[in-house]
Ligand binder design. Structure first.
Ligand SMILES: Cc1ncc(COP(=O)(O)O)c(C=O)c1O
Ligand SMILES: NCC(=O)CCC(=O)O
Length: 428
């Protein structure tokens, strides 16, 4: 038995399913999860001291590589001044100003502790501001685990085959409408029927929780136009895409201005952080300025702010080289995968935006939606996954998750990953 196997057996006695978040449990690929002992640069080390080239990056935050010295030093420095105060600090202003500068549609920003808190509050805010009840989301998009967003969701929900969670009362779920990603007609149909009572559309501008699916031309523009027509709030959930597909997120990449934006992952540099923000007029409805309530004991935590400020400062200072670099690596990786799959006679399709990528075992040449993503060859994916793990490559343990490159991946890491994929494809 490996040490990871021993730890997983032990963990299940005191932690449900042995994990503190379901996507870690390897349910989508079978077998036992790796227990991690440390991470550095592009590498994860498991409890048996085996090294893996990591394309999960803690599910997105590690854009500058694990254990990045700039972030680590900022955290060390902050720790010396106490861990939490529950009172305002100057660094919260620094963080808010940084976010406003990098994502100009966010005229005002509130810091929270996770992406889930950010989206949950953004929805409440949209409802409070518009005085309407319903929200519209897309099948296969995941926005964290707030009740009203656990309807036809992606990520672990898709992996576990239960896209709508038990425990969400019908009275809550009935206010969540689900449309088809990349299909404006499905959105228009719902607005024609319920438009007077739809408070907001929430969308992952690049879907990253049903693998990686970019928006088709005109989709995000169409959502903007529909929201304008019906006075609904357009929320871009950029928890994954923020500071990832470009410095200004997907809204900068596609040049669409949402009313509200949610952030997480990269913005915390690896600490538990989320944020929401947008038009000053809408944000004025949040307590204590307005009546829509939201709060948090650890919100704006000084250690998390120090890590986040260090990460965003590094990203904005060296933006051109960093975003070119992670984009080029993701491009090279998926192009290499495709070439190797072709060589082995395996049907594979890939998607990629900035430092975010996905691959599908499918004959479909362009994967643009939920239906295609869920019709891929799951057996091949699972086999490939374990072959790559043996090769020392750690990919997301589910066919419904995007992968991420970081500045820490070297050319050699990418080349070695492509070569490993070639050997794996040949064995499928
Ligand atoms: C697009 C998106 N929104 C929201 C969330 C929820 O964030 P968190 O896991 O930090 O609660 C995630 C990931 O988990 C996500 O990918
Ligand atoms: N794409 C899915 C996530 O990022 C979530 C990670 C988790 O739930 O542990």
């Amino acid at each position: 038995m490996t040490r990871s196997e021993q730890l997983f057996a032990k963990a299940q006695q005191s932690i449900p399913g042995g994990v503190n978040s379901p996507v870690r449990a390897f349910k989508g690929v079978g077998g036992d999860p790796l227990f991690v002992s440390k991470a550095d640069g592009a590498y994860l080390y498991d409890a048996d001291d085996k090294a893996y080239i990591d394309y999960v990056g803690s599910w997105g935050p590690m854009i500058l590589g694990h254990n990045n010295p700039i972030i680590r030093e900022a955290v060390h420095k902050a720790v010396d001044n106490g861990l939490s105060y529950g009172a305002p600090t100057e660094n919260e202003i620094v963080m808010a100003e940084l976010v406003k500068k990098l994502v100009p549609s966010m005229e005002k920003v509130r810091m929270v502790n996770s992406g889930t808190e950010a989206t949950m509050t953004a929805i409440r805010l949209a409802r409070g501001y518009t005085k309407k009840n319903k929200l519209l989301k897309f099948e296969g998009c995941y926005h964290g685990h707030a009740d009203s967003l656990l309807v036809k969701a992606g990520s672990g929900m898709l992996t576990l085959g239960e896209p709508s969670s038990p425990g969400v009362p019908e009275d809550v779920a009935k206010h969540t409408l689900t449309a088809t990603f990349n299909d404006l007609d499905s959105v228009k149909a719902l607005f024609q029927e319920f438009g007077d009572d739809i408070a907001c559309i929430i969308v992952e501008p690049v879907a990253g929780n049903m693998n990686c699916i970019p928006p088709v031309d005109g989709f995000l523009e169409g959502l903007r136009a529909i929201c304008d027509e019906y006075q609904a709030v357009l929320i871009f959930d950029e928890v994954m895409t923020g500071f990832r597909v470009s410095l200004g997120g997907a809204q900068a990449h596609y040049n669409i201005c949402p009313d509200l934006t949610t952030l997480g992952k990269v913005i915390g540099g690896g600490m538990p952080v989320g944020a929401f923000g947008g038009k000053a007029e809408i944000m004025a409805c949040i307590a204590p300025e307005g009546p829509v309530y939201q709060a948090g004991t650890l919100s704006g935590n000084p250690i998390a702010m120090a890590a986040g400020i260090a990460a965003l400062t590094e990203l904005s200072t060296n933006q051109e080289s960093i975003y070119q670099d992670i984009t080029a690596k993701a491009e090279k990786l998926v192009t290499g995968f495709k070439a190797q799959a072709d060589k082995a006679g395996v049907a594979l399709t890939t998607n990629q935006v900035g430092g975010m990528f996905g691959f599908f075992f499918s004959t479909d040449e362009k994967i643009t939606g939920y239906k295609q993503a869920t019709q891929c060859n799951m057996e091949q994916f699972q086999k490939f996954y374990h072959l790559m793990l043996e090769e020392g490559v750690y990919l997301a343990p589910s066919a419904y998750e995007a992968g991420f490159t970081s500045t820490a991946h070297s050319d050699e890491d990418i080349n070695n990953t492509i070569a490993a994929a070639g050997r794996a494809f040949a064995k499928l």
